[in-house]
Each structure stands twice: as C-alpha cells, then as structure tokens.
Design a binder for this molecule. Sequence first.
Ligand SMILES: Nc1ncnc2c1ncn2[C@@H]1O[C@H](COP(=O)(O)OP(=O)(O)OP(=O)(O)O)[C@@H](O)[C@H]1O
Length: 587
Amino acid sequence: MGQIEEARASCLDTLTYHRELLVSRLRSVQCILDNLLACGFVCEEDVEIVQRTVTKPEQVRKILDLVQCKGEESCEYFIYIIYKVCDAYIDLQPWLKEIDYNPSRDVTVMTVVNTDPISRYCEKLRHEMSRDTCFIMSYGQQEESRLEDLYTDTLMELLNDCNESLGFLESLDQLLGDHAVFNPQGETIYVMGDAGVGKSILLQKLQNLWSKKELQTDAIFFFKFRCRMFSIIKDTEQISLRDLLFKYNCSPDQDPDHEVFDYILRFPEKVLFTFDGYDEIQTNDLMNVAEVVSPEAKAHPLQLLVSLLCGKLLQGSHKVLTARTGTEIQSRVIRKKVALRGFSPAHLKTYIHLHFKEQEHRELVSVQLDASPHLCGLCSTPLFCWIVFKSFRHLHTMHDSFHLPETCITLTDIFLLLSEVFLSRSASPAPSLLKKSTRCASDTFKAGLRPLAAFAKLALQVLERGSFICSQEEISVCGLTEEDLTLGFLRPVSEYDASGGPATFEILHITLQSFLAAFALVLDEQAAASSILKFFTECSRKRESSCLPFDFCICGSSKSSEKHPFATNDHLQFTNLFLCGLCSRWS
Ligand SMILES: Nc1ncnc2c1ncn2[C@@H]1O[C@H](COP(=O)(O)OP(=O)(O)OP(=O)(O)O)[C@@H](O)[C@H]1O
C-alpha cells in the first residue's frame, strides 16, 4: 500500500516537475479532454473553460491545473492517456522513457479512447484505402475479382543507375527498404515496366497491405495518385499541398486546429506516396516546371508533384513512382530502381491455379500453354495473360471448348478475342446449361459491328488529342448508348474530379485504346492510305529502331533515350502494331 501511495504521489510530482516540458510539447488536447471527461475527472464546464482559452500552451496549463487539483489518480490517468495514444503524443514518448513510466495495474483497467484527429485520420485513410484496393478493377465491369484471390507475385528486378541487375526482390516489403539503394540522396523508388506488366496492380497490392497493417513500414499516412490526374487539371488551377492531399485523396474530419496537416509537415518520414503512370503525364517540359518549396504556397499540381519527387516538399517522405519502361526521370531523384519483368513460369502456374478453380480446366490450360511457347511468352505479361485466360473461360462457357483458334497467336488475336468476349455479351443470350452455342466469331463481330465501330471511333478521337479520358458528350456523339457502355470497353473515372463535375470515362486499358484506334483506321473505307498510316510518320520521327511486334511487347524495354523524356509514344506504336496485325489478317 505504501508503495502504491508513493507511485501515485510521484505522478502528481512528475507533472509539477515537468510542467514546462508538457506545456511546450503537448499538442493534441482534445483527446486528453475527451478521456478525462469520459472517466469523470473533469466536467463539461471544465472542458468549456479549457476550450475557451486561446493558445495551446494556455490550454495545457489549465488541464494540468485541473488534473492536479483532482488528485493523484487523475494525474496518473493523464499520463496514461499520453502513453496509450502514442501516435498523437509522439513528441512525449521520449519523455515517458526518460521518467521510466510504467502504468500501474490500477490505471491499466481504465479505458482510453483515441479521439485524436491524427489517429482518426490515419484510421480513415486505412479504411478508405482498404475499400478502394480490395478489388482488381474489372475490365468488364460485370465481374470483379478480389485482389487477394488473383494477385500473383511477379519478377521484380533491382537495377543500379546504369541499369545493371542487382538481383531480384523477394517480397514487396523489400521494395521500401534500403536494399539496393544506389543514391541515398534520392527519395523516389522508381518502378518501371512495359505496358500491362502489372505496375498499377503492384501499387494496389502495396496499398492494400498497408491498409491491413501488413506492410513493413513506419508510414502512418498513405496517399495514392495516378499521374495523369496532374496533367488533366486545368493549367490555370492552383492548389496547395494541403488541397492536393486532402481534396484529391482523403480529408480529415473534426480537425479544427489543422493538426493533421501540421503533423504531416513535422513528420514527413511518416508519409508514403505512390504515383502511378508517370509516362501518362502529358506535358513536354516537366523538367522545367518551377519547384515549390513552401507547403502553404498554391501552385499547379504538376509543380507540387515535381517538388514532392525532388524532396523540395515533405523532404524525407517515401515515394514510389511507376512508369513505362524507357520513361526518363532525372537520376538525382531516384533512390532505387526496380524493373518489373512479369510472370516467371512458376508465377504463371500459380496464376493458372488462382484463375481456374477446377483442376480439369487448369490442366487443359497448362497443356495449351506448354504446346505454344508463343502464347506462353505472351502470358508472361499479366495483362495479356488475363485476356488469354478470360478468352479461355469465355470459350468454355459459351462453346464448351478450351481451345484458342490458332496455335500461333498474336497480340492482335488476343485483343480480337477480348472484343469478341465483350461483344458476345450483347449478341448472345445467356448460355444454356444444356446446349452450348457453336462458336462463330464472325457472326459475333457482324452483330456487334455498330458498337465496335463506335468504340473504335471514340478511341481514335481520344488518342488523336493525346488523351485517355472521354466525356459523356463525346461518347454520345460517337453513337454509343447506355447499353453499349455495359459491354466493358469503357470504365468510369471520377477520381480526378474533386469539383463533382460530369462523369468521364476511360478506355479500360491504354493498349485496348490503341487496338480500337487501329480498328477505326482499318474500318474507315473513305480514308486515304496516308491517313491510315499517319502514326507511322509520327513514330518514325521519334524512333528509328525496328517495330517488330513482340520485341516491343515481350522482350522488355523497347524505348530508347532519344525520345522526349515525358511524352512516350507507346500508344501510337501499339496502334501501328495493331494496324499491321489487323491488315495482315484481312489481306
Ligand atoms: N501481379 C498480378 N497478379 C495478377 N494479375 C495481374 C498482376 N499484375 C497485373 N495483373 C493483371 O493485368 C492487368 C494490367 O495490369 P496493370 O494495370 O497493373 O499494368 P500496368 O503495368 O500498370 O500497365 P500500363 O503501363 O499499361 O498502365 C490487371 O488489371 C490484372 O488483371
């Protein structure tokens, strides 16, 4: 009993002795007040008196006076709150160590609720991140797959600044670690890879793991952006860093004193950013964008992006940036580099296993892949693999067949199949269990020609203006109906529209956009040959090397540094390849 008395007395003394330190370091008073009130150590009137006090230090002084005059128990509980809600009282954790604080058994039975705005915000971020990342955005809108049901590891090769291999990453946790860092001053982890190799999905997995607290990182804030958003925002629009984080990501609730933003500024190392698709930024002089150094200044979002990547804003925060292979980024900002190489044969086996639930189907698909090295090569790129598997599944459901039409299948065939799958949604009635329809691709295409031509026209128009996004109006002008939208070629995008403007859409994948654009070119009977081939001229100005379809898609990097750093012409290259593919089929 004597010992307990001594411990209690020491809490009151401790507060007196360390009063100055507490007054200067204790910031979040709300959480302290909420808990003191809930446990009956203060009353509503006390809380009001504290809240009416203007400055933070004054508020803390008032709280200290209150708890000290209520006695030892309330002093101990006061310290216990600081101990329990360590995120919010991070500045006071060293102090607790210094005084060698250990909560007594009496106090540990008392409840502490974390009502601190920072902790609440972290929870909200995790909750929203979990909701936004648990499904793989379906290309067909109709069936969505859970990320954890389909995510399969891919080969992640570490590179040095000369693009020499430093080995492979064993797990996603290593992505953020210090292993293979070649420029410690750089702050950005650069992940590159070809179209459809899984860069976005890798980030999604990272985000999902973080949301479940399964990612090894100290980051308690996670902000995700798609880079294209930065160039979509009007040139005249100026926003602050706070807006970028809170308006375009997730905003804090009940934070009258802006504690969350202040905290982020004070502890940038607690922040993790992902920026997906740097190659999609449509501006030619990103190198010359004026950097912003003040977190309060308003600037164009692109300036904020560049300043974050360079560490001029929120220095010390962690950043993962993805881009298509060959996109140039100033080496001074790159901390380490990872090249995604797609599925290895072992990964492919795992993916088959996840994709097909029935053993019989798994075996049939494996046999086909083993018989066709070409198809197997295509399937090392997860996007193409997904399309191939989707086609297998479709053929099976509709026609009881598990065979693709040709043994030597090309990328054009794959996208034709995907279109056939989409078009057959409206063309055929729901498959009957007893009688499967016989497969006739040309009938499906004939029946679906109107929407297909309209989607193709739309894709070409959007591509020609160097964009990925189309408006509702453009869609209608191309003759597409509400019902056509359900086929699966388009998906809605709302994430850039913080102002709640009218809905916009994007074509499900940029590669599909290129395919449809090529389709529009071959469908246009009136067009002169020069107009059909216009993208060849466009690309030959930028790139001299050969345009062999599969060195482009399968054999890793195809782009070289002669291109303009931030204006990749992949989409035009792909259009040309598909044009060749389509013409060769119909010649
Ligand atoms: N690790 C993976 N596990 C399972 N499926 C994957 C994986 N990576 C990619 N996919 C499949 O491939 C599709 C395309 O992947 P993703 O959008 O990540 O490619 P990307 O590299 O970002 O392409 P782009 O450069 O064209 O934007 C996904 O929607 C998914 O179906």
